[in-house]
Write a protein that binds this ligand. Structure first.
Ligand SMILES: Cc1ncc(COP(=O)(O)O)c(C=O)c1O
Length: 445
């Protein structure tokens, strides 16, 4: 290979990136990610960015964690087959045992392993239909459960954006104490529970799927106790529940599962994103009566892939060894305090409806001042662009909520830096530092 060809291959971003299908792009600024380490991403010119998204939470324990690198290197060196559908692979079986031990409430447990959060949810929903012999699914407005098939068709955000809803799915409001659909934060949960009760009485529900926190829907944290009551009501009605922990599970909220905040015991738990330590792997953990049947009905060649399984085992070990559950809780508190202080310093409290979160799942809700809390979508778009210019990666959800979900290993210094940059970005974006032309080609959501 000549040096010229090597140089071209080393810098393929412009042409290759343009040719990457638009259908799989969600861009907020022109980030080129050439390498990553810990909570940092480095571009082709060697500029470092602090990643407050952790790649949409998939880099939950940071990029290139040494434990993951070692496990993956070993697994690919001795590559044990391709996936688990036609062979028992020791490292994959080990992962299944690790996962089962984390969910002792599941009776006679089984683990479906997949490639993405989408397929874990899709398969879980489909198998609930098979098991119950019923069709109807209960989901929630503004939910996000996947980007394909049934998981997409039960996702409120997609349906709101024009994707055809699954015809047998009923969407209930998600109880949002900040923007209550009832007009009163005290009544949102009761109203949804009453509607759920009515739906369950029809006797035709195959499954209910729910996020413990609606993240892509705008970082909505339901009232305490809501999730538990949903799960309990469904259990009484004989309806399986799927709690989607793909985005906020695995220690991110300061508990191992986000649903642990509510002591809920869902029928099926789905995991993804950070489970793989940077590689694609997902899981649905649930009872054998649902996940075992029909045999051979959810086959993905690479599911249970030994390299991804080795990586996932390393992630689970790191969560324990580095005490990441507690660390997420403490770092989350520090981050929220730092964000409040920085908002004061930068004089932007009037455009912030609230700063909410659990552990390192945090949202900064940007609004038009004095306008009854109307979402400021333009400010969100410009703030994330400005933050990128200042060296911080973050995205917005729900149109106007800056989402802060860094790697759980983030240092205190990086937390303080992050809070300063985020609030500076909001101030400067508000003052006109980013023009409409600059962000015209970065449409985001
Ligand atoms: C809550 C939730 N569930 C499922 C998914 C889908 O996961 P994936 O994109 O890995 O298929 C996402 C992705 O954002 C998510 O946020």
């Amino acid at each position: 290979m000549t040096d010229a060809v090597r140089r071209r291959l080393d810098r393929p971003a412009a042409l290759g990136d343009r040719a990457l299908a638009g259908s799989e792009k969600l861009r907020f600024f022109p980030l080129v990610a050439a390498s990553g380490h810990g909570c940092l991403v480095t571009d082709e010119d060697g500029r470092e960015y602090l990643d407050l998204s952790a790649g949409w939470t998939a880099a939950g324990i940071g990029y290139a964690h040494p434990e993951v690198v070692a496990a993956v290197t070993d697994a690919i060196t001795h590559q044990a087959y391709t996936g688990g559908i036609s062979a028992s692979i020791p490292v994959t079986s080990g992962l299944v045992e690790d996962l089962i031990s984390r969910f002792p409430h599941v009776e006679n447990p089984r683990v479906y392993l997949g490639n993405s959060g989408t397929d874990a949810n899709d398969v879980a929903l489909r198998l609930c239909r098979e098991y119950t012999g019923r069709q109807r699914i209960i989901s929630f407005e503004n939910s996000y459960h996947g980007g394909l098939g049934l998981a997409m068709a039960v996702s409120g955000v997609h349906v709101a954006a024009g994707v055809a809803a699954d015809p047998d799915t009923t969407f209930l409001p998600y109880p949002d104490p900040v923007r209550p659909h009832t007009g009163n934060p005290q009544t949102v949960a009761e109203d949804v529970l009453a509607r759920l009760h009515t739906e369950l009485e029809r006797g035709d529900v195959a499954a209910l799927i729910i996020e413990p926190i609606q993240s892509d829907g705008g970082l909505v944290i339901p009232p305490a106790g809501f999730l538990r009551r949903v799960v309990d009501m469904c259990q009484v009605a004989g309806v399986p529940t799927i709690v989607d922990e793909v985005k906020v599970g695995l220690a991110r909220t300061g508990r191992f599962n986000a649903f642990d905040h509510d002591q809920a015991a869902p029928t099926i738990v789905t995991l993804g994103k950070s489970l793989g330590g940077g590689l694609p792997i997902s899981a649905a953990i649930g009872p054998a009566v649902i996940l075992d049947q029909p045999v051979a009905s959810a086959l993905l060649t690479m599911a249970g892939n030994p390299v991804c399984a080795a990586s996932a085992r390393a992630v689970l070990r790191v969560i324990d060894d580095e005490g990441l559950v507690l660390r997420a809780a403490e770092s989350g508190e520090r981050m929220r305090a730092a964000l409040h202080a920085a908002a004061q310093r930068e004089g932007v409290t009037d455009v912030i409806r609230d700063i909410r979160g659990l552990g390192l799942t945090i949202g900064v809700d940007l609004v038009h001042p004095g306008d009854g809390g109307a979402r400021d979508v333009d400010l969100a778009r410009k703030s994330v662009y400005r933050a990128w210019q200042l060296g911080v990666i973050l995205y917005y959800v729900g149109g106007n909520v800056l989402e802060i979900t860094p790697g759980l290993i983030i240092s205190d210094e990086h937390i303080d830096f992050a809070a300063d940059v985020v609030m500076r970005a909001v101030r400067e974006a508000r003052a006109g530092a980013v023009t409409n032309d600059e962000i015209a080609s970065y449409t985001g959501w």
